[in-house]
Ligand binder design. Structure first.
Ligand SMILES: Cc1cc2nc3c(=O)[nH]c(=O)nc-3n(C[C@H](O)[C@H](O)[C@H](O)COP(=O)(O)OP(=O)(O)OC[C@H]3O[C@@H](n4cnc5c(N)ncnc54)[C@H](O)[C@@H]3O)c2cc1C
Length: 412
């Protein structure tokens, strides 16, 4: 007889593990199916404070704390020597004031291991290849690494398959993103000069040129993740092997050239990714809910990915529990609308970053500290706090403030 569970979770990334843990803790049987063997690499190393609430509710926070990951207290943005330093302790919303910078292979394994320790079954090297939705259950076909297939019967499915986008692909729900395709070239490198002048307890984002930026994310193991993000055409000027291109990129930004002059690459060669933005028609359907990157992913500039994955998993898991308990759930209003709202807030800031209007705000010579705190809360992931005017009227307020500061600068 095929295996029967209350909930099948696709993928053991942050979205999958958080959803699995919350549903399991409510007393339901959960099976996680994960395509890869852990630890496995995935990008997304800078977390936001809001994800701590989701980890806490899932009972996963202590396991992560025990790993001693690098504490993150804020994010610093640098353009032409001007510095805009957001410290999460100066934010408007009452919430977490810190989080972590994590090598995701270790972080995701920590979450998945803790799920297993709680009693959740996790099947690695097994992928979901087909789903048949019936009236009160679904039949999920999985294939293991040896090619053997099996079926699982589940009352509900949580899709946390990230870039795999299992249900949107199987059910034809994928939609092209409105974001233009961008490319990243990145590596983990040694960082012996870190303590001389650079604080490890924050990430630094450099504006290399108006359309190209660089992330610098120090880890507690002494290595630092450094990545360039820009239009694909920007990278065409760099020739040679990927390693040669990466070293030339490091040398092209003066502060990085100095800090990483004699660095060693931790990986055999840098990695590159392109065209990651995606979206779907709906975030739910009969018998399933989509979480994390499967819903919509915009852009890495404000480190929103893992936090949106965590919060969507937290929200979805609580609704799945209600559904399994026989309560009526309005998925559109209680799940899709708030998740889309959170993504929309980030969309305003991402668009403002790439069209340059946000630079007027970030690098204003005399920032208004109240407004700075409100924007800091957005960058901490508190994009559902409607009392924050830079959440509630995000588009209008960012545009108006940017125009005002640009005019002020022109008159100065
Ligand atoms: C260049 C770049 C930089 C980024 N930087 C950041 C950052 O600094 N901070 C941040 O928060 N986010 C960042 N992100 C975004 C981040 O990568 C994602 O938002 C995040 O990993 C989403 O988590 P998730 O749990 O939804 O999916 P994932 O972490 O992708 O996990 C999904 C899991 O599902 C598994 N899976 C896939 N298909 C199947 C299948 N058929 N069957 C079973 N399992 C399957 C996968 O193997 C994977 O383990 C960045 C993204 C990019 C492109």
């Amino acid at each position: 007889m095929k295996k029967q569970v209350d909930v099948l979770v696709i993928g053991a990334g942050p979205a999958g593990s958080i959803a699995a843990a919350i549903i399991h803790r409510a007393g339901f049987s959960v099976q996680v199916v994960e395509k890869m063997k852990f630890p496995r690499f995935v990008i997304g190393e800078s977390l936001l404070p809001r994800c701590m609430e989701a980890l806490e509710e899932a009972g996963l926070l202590d396991a992560v704390k025990a790993k001693g990951f690098q504490r993150k207290d804020g994010a610093k943005f640098v353009m032409d020597g001007n510095i805009c330093d957001f410290n999460f302790s100066n934010q408007y919303t009452h919430g977490w004031q810190w989080t972590w910078q994590v090598p995701r292979a270790d972080f995701d394994k920590t979450l998945a291991d803790e799920c297993e320790r709680m009693g959740v079954s996790v099947n690695y090297e097994t992928e979901v290849i087909d789903i048949k939705i019936n009236d009160d259950h679904s039949i999920i076909t999985v294939k293991d690494i040896t090619g053997n297939t099996d079926t699982i019967r589940a009352r509900f499915i949580v899709d946390g398959s990230g870039y795999g986008r299992v249900i949107p692909k199987l059910f034809g729900l994928e939609r092209p993103s409105s974001m233009p395709p961008r490319k990243a070239v990145f590596c983990h490198i040694t960082d012996p000069k870190r303590d001389q002048a650079f604080e490890p307890n924050r990430i630094v984002v450099y504006v290399h040129n108006p359309k190209t930026w660089i992330w610098v994310i120090p880890f507690s193991n002494g290595n630092t993740s450094v990545g360039y993000v820009g239009d694909p055409e920007f990278f065409e000027q760099y020739k040679g092997t990927l390693k040669e291109q990466y070293l030339a990129l490091l040398a092209a930004e003066p502060e990085l050239a100095d800090r990483f002059e004699n660095c060693e690459m931790v990986w055999d060669e840098p990695k590159t990714l392109q065209g990651w933005s995606s979206t779907t028609d709906a975030f739910f359907g009969k018998g399933f809910v989509l979480t994390g990157n499967v819903t919509e992913f915009l852009d890495p500039v404000f480190s929103s990915g893992v936090t949106l994955a965590s919060v969507s998993a937290q929200m979805a898991a609580n609704l799945v529990i209600r559904h399994l308990n026989g309560e009526e759930v309005n998925w559109k209003d209680e799940y899709m609308a708030p998740m889309a709202k959170g993504v929309d807030v980030f969309r305003t800031y991402v668009n403002g970053w790439y069209d340059g209007s946000l630079f007027n705000i970030f690098f204003a010579p005399e920032p208004d500290l109240e407004i700075r705190g409100q924007i800091c809360s957005v960058l901490a992931g508190y994009v559902w706090d409607e009392s924050n005017p830079f959440v509630a009227r995000h588009e209008k307020n960012v545009r108006t403030l940017s125009n005002f500061l640009a005019a002020k600068k022109a008159l100065a």
